[in-house]
Design a binder for this molecule. Structure first.
Ligand code: CMC
Length: 373
């Protein structure tokens, strides 16, 4: 008789490889990118500096940052062919499906798609970083019957995102809050989408394939899709006075409450206080305290009754709503940021690769003879 192997369902607690990109420390609820605490990066750096850090291991000096910004800004345009494909998407296509398809199409167009050398992967990563916002915005605008807005190379990454999506750049404090969210979303160890990207890379497949797969994984509500789900939940609750009763109803049905819980952090997520602070600022700027008040009540009740803390998606949802983005754009924004972490992991996987290929324990029918036929 066979001995039962130990099965770690969901790969809980499994250390699958080494990585020098980020460190997740649940014992102190903390996260560092290349050694720097994520909340310090968020308060003191731009998203472009953090992207540079993730890809190069060090923060850029002034010249390096200038060159990085110029390269990214110069790659933002997408081709008429991609615009045509985007216009052909069904009007009700989910923006995550739209950006997944657009990235796959960018792979068809890229002059170096199949080149898996580090130098080519870095160039392709830069092109994806620059073009993803343009594609997200074009698809979003097309779904509303609006013409695309040309990216503006004079704007920062965050400013340009508002420009291509909404056609205008908001006040600096709004842009800063958005930039903070991009920094906080950029990287997070072997989360499901990054592990997907590394698994694809481990077969020798290219960056566009890895990122397309990463986007597919990120869409799910247990992962990136939670930031959208949080805002749908707040909208459904409608007003702070109804929050606690609404939550009790969820407890009765043992339903998941979106934006709460985490596979690794069980005592809180270090990104939450920073994002909450900036979401509160957005509430002040807009003059609408309703969503943050509701959030505060939900978080307090979840902690008292369930001992479960919020994750980054919980404050990011209302923050993006207050910045003026439609709910279906929230997870695509996560893509626009996480492309940095995915690419850093793809480069790391390529540099020291071994095919990712675990085992399964068979529980089907015992071996048997074929019936006569
Ligand atoms: N609402 C209600 N109960 C919860 C929640 C929640 N959000 N999260 C965990 N629990 C309960 C869970 O039901 C389980 O209870 P019991 O022991 O009675 O079965 C207990 O807490 C332990 O949770 P778990 O199932 O072991 O957690 P996991 O590590 O398998 O799942 C998770 C982690 C993130 C998938 C889960 O917490 C969840 O579904 N949360 C809601 C979706 C969400 O916010 N996802 C965003 C994740 S973080 C950022 C990102 O990647 O975008």
């Amino acid at each position: 008789s066979e001995t039962e192997p130990e099965i770690r369902k969901g790969l809980v607690g499994v250390v699958a490889d080494v990585s020098a990109v980020s460190k997740v420390m649940p014992e102190t609820n903390s996260l560092t990118y290349r050694g720097y605490a994520v909340q310090d990066l968020a308060e003191n750096c731009s998203f472009e500096e953090v992207a540079y850090l993730l890809w190069n291991g060090e923060l850029p000096d002034a010249d390096q940052l200038k060159a990085f910004r110029a390269e990214e800004a110069g790659e933002r345009a997408i081709t008429p062919a991609l615009h045509g494909v985007i216009r052909a998407f069904p009007q009700d296509a989910h923006p995550m499906d739209a950006i997944r398809t657009a990235v796959s199409f960018l792979g068809l167009e890229d002059p170096e798609t199949a080149d898996v050398s580090e130098a080519a992967t870095r160039r392709k990563a830069m092109r994806l970083l620059a073009k993803i916002p343009t594609a997200i915005a074009a698809a979003h605008r097309a779904s509303k019957g609006l013409a695309p807005v040309e990216p503006d190379p004079k704007l920062t990454f965050a400013e340009n995102f508002f420009h291509v999506v909404l056609g205008k750049v908001p006040a600096p404090e709004v842009v800063k809050a958005f930039d903070v969210s991009l920094i906080l979303y950029a990287e997070h160890g072997f989360n499901a989408s990054t592990f997907t990207a590394r698994t694809i890379t481990s077969t020798g497949a290219d960056l566009h394939g890895a990122v397309t797969g990463g986007i597919a994984a990120l869409k799910g509500p247990l992962h990136g899709g939670a930031n959208e789900a949080v805002m749908h939940m707040l909208a459904e609750i409608g007003e702070p006075s109804k929050a606690v009763a609404w939550l009790e109803g969820k407890f009765d049905h043992k339903a998941l409450v979106m934006g709460f819980g985490h596979r690794v952090y069980k005592n809180g997520d270090s990104r939450v206080p920073t994002m909450t602070k900036y979401a509160e600022k957005m509430a002040e700027v807009v003059g609408d305290r309703r969503w943050m008040e509701m959030s505060r009540l939900l978080a307090a009740e979840m902690l008292t009754k369930k001992k479960i803390h919020p994750n980054l998606d919980f404050p990011a949802g209302p923050a993006y709503h207050l910045m003026g983005f439609d709910i279906p754009l929230f997870t695509p924004i996560f893509v626009a940021s996480r492309i940095t972490g995915w690419a850093a992991h793809v480069i790391e996987q390529q540099a020291d690769n071994r095919l990712i290929r675990p085992l399964s324990h068979y529980t089907g029918a015992a071996q048997r003879s074929m019936p006569a036929r």
